[in-house]
Design a protein around this ligand. Structure first.
Ligand code: TXA
Ligand code: MG
Length: 333
């Protein structure tokens, strides 16, 4: 049985479950995480089992207090300090040298560890109550879109985890930005809620892992090599302008396929189609980020054969949105 705790009154029980080595889902500002005591191997194993996650994909450790960083990391750089000063609590994960105190399945054999302090009252309350570093990947079945509500977690993990703290819908909608802070120049390994533009306000130079734009390169973030965020039905990411999208949609309509569309308000207004998931305005990509996973999850095999998704401009959080759409897509057309 998976229990549901309300943010207002269930936090004590949720904290007790974590302390006793159970896996518990909780909201963060990005997506829901599935947490367990990062210092106990058996507790962490429950995360991998519930999600069906490949063992070579390391987990992010969540802390409620900056002092706690020293429980799992050592010898971190000035770069890491600057990231924490500027963006914590918030959607940025620093990659720093591990001090080997975390259970070995957390880091999947790497010398480094990913750590972040989430900016969500329920997550912070829980972390400060347990006073333990908590390993927490997104609380979805491996491969599926990340959960932005407690219902999404329930759909994927009911019966497989001890409980879920229900804190309503999450605010950012895409995961944290993973930044390698092991050398002077920060390197973005996964785009996310903190944008490259925001990092550039703090650092003179910001690099991006070449694997993010070149499929031949081996990603430094192991998770980036896997198929991710996939909806139940094939998703085609449509390149080009609105006119082209309209033409592609018409071609699918003529074939008689049941088509689902994921589009901005601006494109949706020009479409003559009944099944459209509108995810905000493309003039404000933070809205699109918030709605994206809900839109991907809304399409079921029983109602559509294919999903056509709009391509968005790759600036600010649009970079993270397009990164997720490309990973979710069967192909770009
Ligand atoms: O917003 C988030 O980051 C959410 C919430 C729950 O905090 N968590 C999340 O975790 O997205 P997950 O497991 O779905 O993604 C973690 C990513 C993976 O791509 C993983 O490979 C990378 O972080 N990662 C973790 N430790 C790493 C390390 N030491 N070096 C490089 N990449 C690492
Ligand atoms: Mg994930």
């Amino acid at each position: 049985m998976t229990r549901i705790w309300k943010q207002e009154d269930g936090m004590k029980e949720a904290a007790e479950a974590l302390t006793s080595g159970e896996a518990v889902a909780f909201p963060t500002e990005t997506v829901y995480g599935l947490g367990a005591d990062a210092t106990k191997e058996e507790a962490v194993q429950k995360i991998f089992d519930a999600k069906g996650r490949p063992a070579d994909n390391p987990l992010i450790v969540h802390i409620g207090d900056r002092e706690e960083l020293a429980t799992v990391a050592a010898d971190w750089t000035k770069t890491a300090e600057k990231c924490m000063d500027a963006f914590w609590p918030g959607p940025l994960t620093i990659i720093v040298p591990s001090n080997k105190n975390a259970a070995k399945n957390v880091t999947a054999g790497l010398e480094t560890i990913g750590v972040r302090m989430p900016d969500h009252p329920a997550a912070l309350e829980l972390l400060r109550e347990v006073k333990l570093p908590i390993a927490a990947p997104s609380a979805n079945s491996s491969g599926k879109p990340s959960p932005t509500s407690a219902e999404h977690v329930y759909q994927d993990l009911n019966g497989k985890i001890s409980g879920i703290v229900d804190g309503g819908r999450t605010g950012v909608g895409v995961e944290s930005t993973v930044v390698d802070c092991t050398s002077e120049v920060p390197v973005i390994l996964r785009p996310g809620g903190v944008t490259k533009e925001q990092l550039e306000e703090v650092f003179e130079e910001v690099r991006v892992d070449p694997a993010l734009s070149d499929e031949e390169e081996k990603p430094k973030s192991p998770g980036m090599k896997y198929r991710h965020y996939a909806p139940e039905v094939p998703l085609l990411l449509v390149d080009g302008d609105d006119e082209r999208f309209i033409a592609v949609l018409k071609a699918y309509q003529r074939k008689g396929d049941r088509v689902g569309v994921i589009a901005s308000r601006e494109l949706a207004a020009q479409l003559d189609h009944s099944r459209v998931e509108v995810c905000g305005s493309r003039l404000d990509m933070t809205e699109v980020a918030v709605e994206l996973y809900e839109a991907l999850r809304s399409y079921k095999q029983s109602d559509v054969d294919v999903i056509l998704a709009e391509s968005f401009e790759e600036t600010k959080v649009g970079v993270a949105v397009m990164n997720r759409l490309k990973k979710a897509a069967d192909r770009v057309i």
